[in-house]
Each structure stands twice: as C-alpha cells, then as structure tokens.
Design a protein around this ligand. Structure first.
Ligand code: GDP
Length: 462
C-alpha cells in the first residue's frame, strides 16, 4: 500500500528491489527466459522502461503491471520492482552470497515441461532448500506440447482452460508429473493460481520463454511473493554505507581490474573507501569510478560505460578502483564511510570465515574458483561421503599436488578442480606424481568422474 511506502521513507529507510536468480538444468531455457523478460520489458512504453545494470536487469513495478494487465494492480504493491541477476544457473547462485546466505532473495527454477527433473534441477533444489530461498517453478516450453495453440495476452490459466482436450491433457500430464517430482523432492506444489500460501506451497507457472506466454504470470507471482513474504527483508537504509557482493572480477581496458558488484544495501559513491574480500587479505581501496552500461552501447570498450556519481541498492554496478587484482568473485564489498576501517576489515574477514569446510585426516584436495563454489563442492562431497583433506580457492598449484601426495589411501591421491585452471608448473608436478586431477565446471559431473575413478581402482584391486 502506498501509505506504507510513505512510512518506510520517513525514517531514511526504503524498500529495495528484491533480487531474483534464475536456476535450472542446462538447456531448459534460463537464458531464453531472461532474454524474454528483458525483451518484453523493453517493448513496454516509457513508464516502465527497464534499466540495464552491470550484471543485472531491473524491471520496475510499472513494467510488471503493464505486462501483466489485469493481473497486477500497482497500488497493491510498494516494492519498486524486480532485479534479475543476468547470469543464470546454480553455480552463480551459490557463488553469490550475502550476509552468510544467498544474495538472491527469491528464485525461479526453470524446468523443461517435456523433460522434467534432471540432475541440475535436483542440484538447484538442494541449494534452494539449504539456503531457504523461496522459489517458483517456471514450467517452460509449453509451446512444444503437440496441439498447443498460442494465445497472446491471455493469462495462462485461461489459455490452458481454452486449449483443445488433447493438448491440454498432454500438457496437464507433463505438468502433474512435474508437481509429482517436486513432491518427491519434499515440496508440495500446485498450479500457481491454486496456491494460497506460497510459503507452504511451490507455485508452478506454465509458460513459454520462446513465445512469452505465461511470462507476465511469472512476473506477477514473483512480485506477489516478494510483497507478501519478503517485504520485511527489503527494508534498507537508503543512504547508509553500501554493502554488496562481487559477481565478477574483470579486466577492463583503461580501468585495470574492476569489480562487477550487486549492491544489496545502502549507497556507494565515487571517492569512498571500500573493503573487498581478497584472495589473501581484505583489500582496502578507494572508488575511482562507478560505471553503468550505456544504453544502446557501442562496441568500443571506452564507450560501453557511463560514469555515475552514486548507486543505491538494489543495483548492479561496475566499480573501478586500484589494487583489485586479488579480489574474489563471491566476496563481500563494504563502504567504510563514517566507520573505522579496521572494524570493516574485521567484518569482511569474519564474513569470509563463515564459509567453513570440514576436513578429514585423509581425503581429496579440492580447488574451486570462489568461496561459494568451494562450499557447494564441499556440500556435494559430504553428501557423497567423500572426505576432504584440504579445500581452497584458486587455481591448481604445485603445492596442491604435494598435499594430495600425502594422502594415505590411493583413492584420495586426487585433486578435484571446480572451474579452475592448472598452473603450468603444477602440470609438470602432476606428470611426475601419481596424483590424479579431475576438473569440471559442473559439480555433479565432477563427483561422478571421481566416483568412476574409485570404482575403477577397486576393480583393478580385485
Ligand atoms: P539454458 O541452458 O537453460 O540457458 O537454456 P537456453 O535458454 O539456452 O535454451 C535452450 C534451448 O531451448 C534453446 O535452443 C532455446 O531456443 C530453446 N528454448 C528455450 N525456451 C523455450 C521455449 O519456451 N520454447 C521452445 N520451443 N524452445 C525454447
């Protein structure tokens, strides 16, 4: 309600945009869905123009209501809209943390309605459960069901009801199978229009990222879910010192190493001192420039960005500052402002230390690209009952080979590298040792590769 909004603003507090992540199995349509949301939002008029951020897309409430028509009455909402993180997938989801939890406030789990649950769907569900992130399921690709007639600008419920019996029954079969899969995974689920309590039930939104049918319904559900259950968590200090999470550390010509950051609280300004989680120690530096993509950006790097004086949460922004080479994706960023630098450094250090990996006397060596992915690897290995001798962020180095060599059992003389490179001197070490290196950028595949290796060793010993 608008009066709540006024209340929220009187004491310097504001309600920020909920941060939305898109997860799901490969090829189930995550990228297409994000493109579709961006594309349809761009087509809507002035009132609801989306803003492209670094690493994220903001869809304002007006745009959601324009797209959703009768489904959304903007006066029912006081959250400003939705901020979609542009990088889909659970790798980025688990990498992106904030305050020890997930950076995303809410998630969309994309499932190909013809394909149903797949390994990465299960992985995504596990991560959502572990982080307690509320989510809705986008039952995607309904346009590929034989006999389905596309109907534009009609809420998906009506569209479904109006379909021919054959298409409907076929689609319904798939949709009910999906509801069954969700129930096997421990979630009670139903078509979103039948769900009364989204905290108890998972809403399934049938849609097509390709044709756009059902996409307004999805935005409506996300908006409603956020308004009803997340509003309290969206209250931020609009002018307080900025807090964010690093999406990526990127070399940018003319700027050196820069940070792509999602700011989830407060505000960040040019010239301010910030503390960023680094590979060894927290980095203390000063903001040189805050960059946003230029609308209709030209290809030439210098022209791609425009400088802004300040950025307020929730938003994506590129930060240029000295000494960012050792900054880590997934690490916290804090504006110091009126506080003691040491205090903020201690806070950053503490937040990084929260990611603890349980290690054993004997086990494998794990290397991963970020703290979040290291944690995800550790969880996957714990589930598969594979002990860890040492786990660290960074590329595979000679030291890792030396550590892996100290494992007692042969099956543990292994390095599992997740999304990392191998330094060339480490490659030489590997050649002259019996340590095996497995690397992959999909967690379950990495675990599977290792399990196959162990099975092979066991067969050889028999
Ligand atoms: P991602 O790996 O989850 O990001 O999947 P993509 O978005 O790349 O989609 C994989 C393939 O499925 C692409 O060829 C898309 O064009 C196609 N696709 C995605 N959504 C739909 C949909 O709703 N309908 C149809 N027919 N194809 C789709």
């Amino acid at each position: 309600m608008s009066d709540t909004n006024a209340d929220a603003n009187t004491d310097g507090d504001a309600l920020r945009t909920p941060i939305v992540a898109v997860l799901g199995h490969v090829d189930h349509g995550k990228t297409t869905l994000l493109d579709r949301i961006r594309g349809s939002a761009v087509q809507e008029g002035e009132a609801g123009a989306i803003t492209q951020h670094i690493g994220a897309t903001a869809v304002p409430l007006e745009t959601v209501s324009e797209m959703a028509g009768a489904l959304v009455d903007p006066s029912d909402f006081d959250l400003p809209g939705l901020l979609f993180i542009d990088t889909p997938g659970h790798h980025s989801f688990s990498t992106l943390r904030a305050r020890g939890g997930a950076l995303a406030d809410i998630a969309v789990l994309v499932v190909d309605v013809n394909d149903g649950f797949q390994p990465q769907t299960e992985e995504a569900i596990d991560i959502l459960r572990r982080t307690g992130t509320p989510f809705v399921v986008a039952a995607n690709k309904i346009d590929t069901t034989p006999g389905w007639n596309p109907q534009e600008d009609v809420p998906i419920q009506q569209s479904l009801e109006a379909q021919s019996d054959r298409a409907e029954s076929r689609l319904n079969e798939n949709l009910y199978e999906l509801v069954g899969d969700l129930s096997d995974a421990g979630f009670s689920a139903d078509f979103y229009w039948r769900v009364q309590d989204f905290q108890k039930n998972v809403g399934v939104v049938p849609l097509s990222a390709m044709t756009g049918e059902g996409v307004p319904d999805l935005l409506t559900v996300l908006m409603g879910l956020s308004q009803r259950y997340l509003k309290g968590e969206m209250a931020v200090d609009a002018t307080g010192p900025g807090k964010g999470t690093v999406l990526e550390v990127k070399e940018e010509r003319g700027f050196g190493a820069t940070l792509d950051v999602v700011l989830y609280d407060g505000v960040i300004r040019i010239g301010e001192t910030i503390v960023v989680g680094g590979q060894n120690e927290p980095i203390v530096t000063e903001v040189r420039a805050l960059l946003q993509p230029r609308p209709n950006a030209e290809i030439r790097a210098e022209k791609r960005f425009e400088t802004v004086e300040e950025v307020a949460a929730a938003a994506g922004v590129k930060i240029a500052a000295p000494d960012l080479d050792e900054a880590m994706a997934g690490a916290p960023v804090r504006v110091v402002r009126d506080r003691d630098v040491d205090e903020v450094v201690a806070e950053v250090r503490e937040e990084l230390a929260e990611i603890e990996v349980e290690t054993a006397e004997d086990g494998v060596v794990v290397k991963a690209d970020t703290l979040g992915s290291l944690e995800a690897m550790a969880n996957a290995l714990a589930e598969a009952e594979i002990p860890i001798l040492r786990a660290e962020v960074g590329d595979v180095a000679p030291r890792d080979v030396a550590v892996a060599e100290t494992a007692n059992e042969e099956k543990y003389r292994v390095i599992l590298g997740f999304n990392v490179d191998t330094l060339s001197n480490a490659e030489r070490e590997l050649e002259s040792s019996e340590v095996r290196l497995f690397s992959d950028d999909v967690i379950y595949q990495l675990v599977e590769e290792y399990e196959e290796h162990v099975a092979e060793l066991e067969r050889a010993q028999q």
